[in-house]
Design a protein around this ligand. Structure first.
Ligand code: 4AD
Ligand code: MG
Length: 477
């Protein structure tokens, strides 16, 4: 007999039929009722074991975490809390779980405890829901771009280019850590390393995506990126996944339109496909925040917040407009900000971004046309020669979720920017080539996948939305 997954079983409700289910026990009560979960859905199926039909030597092995195979008839449930259950006729214990030592007891565990037990946390309702939603979000991304004719381009993970300056690099080397070969002037001799030169893990696939876009028109990457920043925040990972679309013949407005359309599409997809898991997380967050002082609670419930994003246009304002709002804001005048804003051109800190999104506009905000001095070399210089065609999207509770720009397609402007920023041309000759041969206006952005999943699940810490988080000092599992 072929096994049926619990999700399908609960949808079909094949009353009177014989089925085979497999999964892990969540709870076992009265030596009679086992709640079985197989991860296909939030819900368990109740297995009913007639009291005299099963040996005690067998039922003794049914504990939280035990893997079971159970066969029996689907019947209407007399108990409350479920519509159907299985009257078990055949039961097999596939893997025992010692209740004395199994770390997941049938009670509420803290997120910190579960992070330390990340190898087991998939087995909880919360993490089951999060990782089903993460999966659905990944599928939705591919669907969104596929429907619009974007090609999925696999940008490299190992790279010798370190010119983007997006963050600190992780070196990738096979040289001896103890006695690396040295050059005459006592530096590590990377010409003897695996690639014949120094290599790193990528911080972004953008530059390669640009090469693709200038031949294939519309492309996107979706892969892991690595940043060795000492950021101990709830928004930063050393290894995170990024989606980077790149469009030829597109400007900053096209870029903003695509980003807004994409985020709404993703949210709508989750609302349509993950109803149960979202409802569960909505309640989880509501319960968690009950104990917090009112000013620390989210202004909206999770589902309300997702719907709000769908129904409202994102605000679009320039850096200069945002700067004026911030400079004249109460917390700035009263010096409540840690970084008080005085002069145009200052980089905005997360406290400023949060003020704009959460206090002032109370909705997602695009900031665009940033001062060129605080942005990357490849962003297109505007006519004022002071700003670049960059854009960030700020989300409530998250801050920056997307960063992007129209790219500098004019070879002379690009090379003089590189000179200003001391980026050697030789290293990026391939990048400059696409400005020499058939250059054209183009634009793109990067969405931090975990920040999006954080927003969609309402989780406060980014470490809880990636299966195995890597942060400074942490690389377990
Ligand atoms: O703003 P960033 O650094 O932009 C780029 O890397 C560009 N190359 C993107 C492009 O134009 N193609 O990063 C993009 C997004 C941020 O907005 C944020 O959501 C996320 O990536 N991000 C991080 N997420 C988790 N942990 C980190 N350390 C992150 N750093 C950036
Ligand atoms: Mg950024």
């Amino acid at each position: 007999m072929k096994r049926i997954k619990i999700k399908e079983l609960l949808e079909l409700e094949p009353i009177g039929k014989e089925v085979l289910v497999k999964g892990w026990v969540r709870t076992f009560r009265n030596n009679q009722f086992a709640a079985l979960n197989d991860g296909s859905t939030l819900d368990n199926i109740q297995l009913v074991l007639a009291l005299d039909e099963f040996e005690e030597t067998l039922t003794r092995k049914i504990n939280p975490g035990t893997a079971l195979s159970a066969r029996g008839e689907v019947v209407e449930s007399k108990g409350r809390g479920q519509r159907i259950e299985i009257k078990v006729s055949k039961l097999e214990v596939l893997g025992e779980s010692d209740p004395e030592h199994y770390p997941l007891q049938p009670k509420k565990h803290s997120l910190e405890f579960l992070r330390e037990n990340a190898h087991l946390r998939f087995r909880t309702n919360t993490f089951g829901a999060i990782f089903r939603i993460r999966h659905a979000a990944a599928m939705a991304i591919h669907r969104f771009f596929d429907e619009r004719g974007f090609l999925y381009l696999h940008s490299p993970i190992l790279t010798s280019s370190d010119a983007e300056g997006a963050g600190e690099l992780f070196r990738a080397s096979t040289l001896s850590a103890k006695h690396p070969p040295l050059t005459e002037d006592n530096n590590v001799d990377f010409s003897q390393d695996f690639f014949g030169k120094e290599a790193h893990l990528t911080v972004s696939g953008q530059l390669e995506a640009e090469l693709g876009a200038l031949a294939l028109s519309d492309v996107y990457t979706f892969g892991p990126t690595f940043r060795a920043e000492q950021s101990h925040t709830t928004r930063h990972l050393a290894e995170f996944w990024m989606i980077e679309p790149e469009m030829a013949f597109a400007d900053l407005n096209d870029n903003m339109d695509l980003a807004e359309e994409m985020l709404k599409y993703l949210i709508q997809y989750l609302v349509d496909h993950c109803e149960k898991d979202l409802a569960f997380l909505d309640n989880r967050l509501f319960d968690e925040e009950k104990n917090k002082p009112a000013d620390q609670r989210s202004p909206m419930r999770l589902l309300e917040k997702l719907k709000f994003c769908l129904e409202n246009d994102f605000e679009r304002i320039t850096y200069t407009e945002a700067f004026d709002i911030l400079r004249n804001s109460k917390p700035n005048k009263k010096k409540k900000f840690q970084y008080v804003l005085e002069e145009w051109g200052a980089d905005l800190q997360s406290e400023h971004e949060r003020f704009l999104v959460e206090k002032h506009f109370k909705k997602p905000v695009f900031l665009y046309n940033y001062p060129k001095n605080i942005k990357a070399f490849y962003m297109r210089v505007n006519e004022d020669d002071k700003t670049v065609a960059a854009m960030d999207i700020l989300f409530p509770g998250i801050g920056e979720i997307i960063g992007g720009s129209q790219r500098e397609e004019r070879l002379d402007v690009l090379t003089s920017r590189m000179e200003e920023m001391k980026i050697p041309e030789e290293e990026l000759s391939w990048y400059l080539d696409i400005r020499k041969y058939g250059s054209c206006p183009h634009a793109g952005y990067g969405l931090g996948f975990e920040r999006f999943v954080q927003f969609a699940t309402g989780m406060g810490n980014i470490r809880d939305v990636i299966p195995f988080p890597r942060t400074p000092g942490n690389i377990s599992f």
